[in-house]
Design a protein around this ligand. Sequence first.
Ligand SMILES: CC(C)(COP(=O)(O)OP(=O)(O)OC[C@H]1O[C@@H](n2cnc3c(N)ncnc32)[C@H](O)[C@@H]1OP(=O)(O)O)[C@@H](O)C(=O)NCCC(=O)NCCS
Length: 167
Amino acid sequence: MPRDLTALDNVYENNLGTLVKLCNSVLPVQYPESFFQELFPKGKNAKKDTFFAQLGYYSEIAVGGVKAKLLPNKKGDVLPQGVYIEILVVLEHYRGKGIGGKLLSYVETECKKHFQHDIYVHVATDNESAINWYIKHGFVNEGNILKDYYKDTTGSPDCYVLKKHIP
Ligand SMILES: CC(C)(COP(=O)(O)OP(=O)(O)OC[C@H]1O[C@@H](n2cnc3c(N)ncnc32)[C@H](O)[C@@H]1OP(=O)(O)O)[C@@H](O)C(=O)NCCC(=O)NCCS
């Protein structure tokens, strides 16, 4: 049986730049440095949100990554409870090798560990390939469009909210 060349590992402060480069080269949306730095909060005013992040490797080269966030349902909170995938990317050349699926499985495992049952992701309305990929992986597109969700983008500013229920 061939050896599995794909693997995941944690994001550390000293390889955070790799995740930044991967995201900003794959996605049409440019995320600010602060979006990534929140994985390593510093100072007493730092937000105490819970994030899940991993890098995906092919033959020990970092080629993908995920950053997701726990959505706690605080009293009066309008956000739904669950886990929100903020970014999930794999470099084009390394797609179809199961790395995206592994990154998604990692998020699903964290979702269960935190007693959550729903995973959400926003996908630009013109990103048909990613929409189909998520649907193939058990997400449902309820068809509701969020207008002007993405600000700094070269693609569509509108997005769909896709949801996967984890029993
Ligand atoms: C979406 C994305 C992360 C998938 O990563 P990936 O590493 O190619 O995913 P995988 O290799 O795990 O996917 C494998 C499976 O999905 C299927 N698949 C791949 N692309 C697909 C598509 N566009 N539509 C439907 N199924 C697809 C493959 O046939 C395969 O199925 P199998 O397991 O039954 O053989 C990657 O395409 C990507 O980075 N896209 C651009 C970034 C993006 O738009 N992200 C979404 C917004 S956060």
